[in-house]
Structure formats: structure tokens, C-alpha cells
Design a protein around this ligand. Structure first.
Ligand code: T5A
Length: 216
């Protein structure tokens, strides 16, 4: 059986990752492929517990390495229990955030630096890499407006300083520049349909032959 493909969707808060992850799974299924959507932090019962700890922690400040270790702990479980079995069973895995988020948020945003993140990646994830990473890029002002409009809006975005979010955005773009074969930067300021069309084009460029009617 052909191995599935591992696709990650990355970007800052409110960039439209969850919206596009859902749409991409539907699109893949229309191509006759079996697809599964998952997310980080989360994706397994343990991962969801870690998500609760990280996302709903109290006001005390954490060392950025503390949250980095928690994200990687959740990730190892996620790989073993969800991602690798799905790929081995021929499924296409669409993951809303993965290790590039740790590099961008903890490495760049929290200024831990890229080296500890890269070292932990080698230890925890090893040789596994996403086949394609879609980086949804959005200016902060647009992200803030979208998140404020959303029903039940949280203040998570506002709790961090603007400079933090700017470093995160620069971090994602630096990752894309460093690994242009794996990463495709998508202009996320466009309406959701146009973003989905840009993602479909990136998918066809990368995997064309594997889709019904695909070019390549
Ligand atoms: N984190 C995570 C780390 O620090 N390190 C790590 O290693 C990992 C894995 C996770 C938090 O944890 C951090 C990063 C985060 O702070 P999350 O739930 O993944 O949190 O994070 P968010 O990015 O905050 O998720 P959001 O749901 O807020 O953002 P999305 O998924 O990017 O956006 P989405 O699709 O929910 O859309 C947001 C709003 O915009 C609208 C939607 O309808 C929605 O209302 N929208 C659009 N509006 C106009 N045009 C478009 N094209 C639109 N697309 C969506």
C-alpha cells in the first residue's frame, strides 16, 4: 500500500489554519484519497491534556524551555499513536500546527533560539519531516481583527506583546526561506476561497501525479 502524505498547516494565531485544514481534508477526499485531520498541541488524549495545561495555565511565567518540552512530549505521542500509523495505512494526514510552531513560537517568539529546538527535534522526531508545510502568512493587524470578530473570542492574542507576534511571523518566514522545497508560503489575507485555491495549487505542484486529473 502506498504511504500517505504528511501535510502541516502553520502560521500565527487567526491566520485561518483550522478553516483551511478542514477544507483540505474535504478536498483530498474528493480526489479519492483517505485523509485525516489532526492538530497540535493535541491529537491524542495525552496531547489534549498537555494542551489544557499549556493553554489554560495560571499567570505564573514559565521558562520557554518548559513549554517547549511539553509541546515535544505531546508530539512524540501524536507521532506514535496517530500520525505514523495513519501514514502507514495510506492515509493523508493534515496537521494543524506541528514542530515549526515550536520553532516559531518558542525559538523565535520567546527567544529561546533555534538550536535547542533543532536538538529536541532530532531527539524526539528524528528523520520524520512533513512532505509539505503550508505557512499561512497574515499581518498582525488583520489577525487581530479576525480574532476579535470571532464568537467567544479569547484574549490569548492580546496577552502577548506585538513584538512577540512579529518575531513569530518572522520565524515562520525564516523557516520557509531555509526549507523552500518543503514549505509553501500562502497569502492568508485573501478570502477563504482564494486561500483554499492557493493551497490546492501548492498541493498539485507538490503531489500532482497522485491526484485524479493531476498534472506534473
Ligand atoms: N503553540 C503551539 C506553541 O507556542 N508552540 C507549539 O509548538 C504549538 C504546537 C495553539 C497555541 O499554542 C501555541 C500557538 C498558539 O498560541 P491553536 O488553537 O492552534 O493554539 O491556535 P490558533 O492559531 O490561535 O488557532 P485559531 O483557531 O485562533 O487560528 P486559526 O486556526 O489560524 O484560524 P481559524 O481558521 O480558526 O480562523 C480564525 C477566524 O478567522 C476567520 C474564521 O472564520 C475565524 O473566525 N477566517 C477568515 N476570515 C477572513 N478571511 C479568511 N481567509 C479567513 N480564514 C479564517
Amino acid at each position: 500500500m502506498a504511504r500517505g502524505a504528511f501535510i502541516t498547516i502553520e502560521g500565527g494565531e487567526g491566520a485561518g489554519k483550522s478553516t483551511q485544514a478542514r477544507r483540505l481534508v474535504v478536498w483530498l477526499e474528493r480526489q479519492g484519497l483517505r485523509a485525516v485531520a489532526t492538530r497540535e498541541p493535541g491529537g491524542t488524549p495525552t496531547g489534549e491534556q498537555i494542551r489544557e495545561i499549556v493553554m489554560h495555565r495560571g499567570p505564573e511565567a514559565w521558562h520557554p524551555l518548559t513549554e517547549t518540552l511539553l509541546f515535544f512530549a505531546a508530539r512524540r505521542e501524536h507521532l506514535d499513536r496517530v500520525i505514523l500509523p495513519a501514514l502507514a495505512a495510506g492515509r493523508w494526514v493534515v496537521c494543524d500546527r506541528f514542530a515549526d510552531s515550536t520553532m516559531a513560537y518558542q525559538g523565535y517568539g520567546a527567544e529561546l533560539g533555534p538550536e535547542p529546538i533543532a536538538a529536541l527535534y532530532d531527539l524526539v522526531v528524528g528523520a520524520i519531516k512533513p512532505d509539505l508545510t503550508l505557512i499561512l502568512d497574515l499581518p498582525l493587524a488583520v489577525a487581530r481583527r479576525r480574532l476579535k470578530r470571532r464568537a467567544g473570542a479569547s484574549d490569548r492574542f492580546e496577552r502577548r506583546r506585538r513584538a512577540f507576534h512579529e518575531r513569530v511571523r518572522a520565524g515562520f518566514l525564516a523557516i520557509a526561506a531555509h526549507e523552500p522545497k518543503r514549505c509553501s508560503v500562502i497569502d492568508a489575507t485573501q478570502p477563504a476561497d482564494a486561500v483554499a485555491a492557493a493551497i490546492e495549487r501548492a498541493m498539485r505542484r507538490k503531489f500532482g501525479r497522485r491526484f485524479a486529473g493531476g498534472r506534473a
